[in-house]
Design a protein around this ligand. Sequence first.
Ligand code: DAH
Length: 344
Amino acid sequence: MKEQLEKIFANATEDLAKATSINDIEEIRGKYLSRKGEFNEIKKNLKNLSNDDKRIVGSLANEITKKLEEGLKAKHDEFYRKELNEKLKQERIDVTLPGKYTQMGRVHPLTSTTNEITAIFQSLGFSVVPQANAPEVETEYFNFDALNVPKDHPARDVQDTFYTEIAKNVVLRSQTSNAQIHAMEGKNPPIRIISPGRVYRNENINARKNNFFHQIEGLYVDKDITFGDLKGVLNEFIRTYFGASRPTRFRSSFFPFTEPSAEVDVQCIMCEGKGCRTCSGTGWLEVLGCGMVDPNVLRGVGIDPDVYTGFAFGMGVERLAMLKYAIDDIRLFFNDDVRFLKQF
Ligand code: DAH
């Protein structure tokens, strides 16, 4: 039996020497050490031996199986490491490679400026009217007549306003003020709206002027609305948009649809009021037009000016963005140069 054991051990050692993979190791383990393996067969016969022999052969069997197990483990570890290394080499990831670059879209500066301005007025209780309620293709009635613009006003000239071929009286709106008329017609005050959108003018294009641009119109009509309300709302807007420390002034002006009318200036952001090219030496920059809604306009839309009053205002989005971000050419907004757009 002793010889038998030694013979099996010699075979197992030989098998082990020939093994080349973890699979081979597991096969050898099955062949010799499993329940049906060769060593177990021998151990089953131990019971036929004398007690003394049992002890000798038993301990030899244990010693040999232990050695074999150690041999298997050593080989197993060796193959495991080798196979792992190979796998790592094949699946190697170079963490220093640059990542995949995905292009990120950005919000256009005119959109973000519009959003910023509308958010300020929304916080003051104004609601935004849908674009559909203030069309860009408009009749002269909404763009001029209902806004008290006289028939011979120079703004109506073809050199200032684009007339379409749809009909004689259909224009591309030259101001967002048409939104005022749409907001008031057939409705009862209180009316408190703002309306952002695009407007068109027949201009020669240069650094300051484009033949389309964006405005935001505002209107508040109710009982007992005063010029003090107008100043309160617009001062609050300018303080929020330009910063609380920026000085402002209201300067009297004229618009056909407001009486009295004013323009609002902020102290020049380039020279802090000293006078420079941007402010033409005045130290002030005009940022919006406003006024108390002319009684003629209210009457035209069926609102009794003896009961209701209101104020209106309009501002250019490009101008406000240019002032805030010190942009010196309006055309930059429209020629899709990513080097410009990337900065916002
Ligand atoms: N519509 C005027 C423009 O395009 C701006 C404006 C001035 C709008 C006074 C108003 C206003 O609502 O009250 O120059």
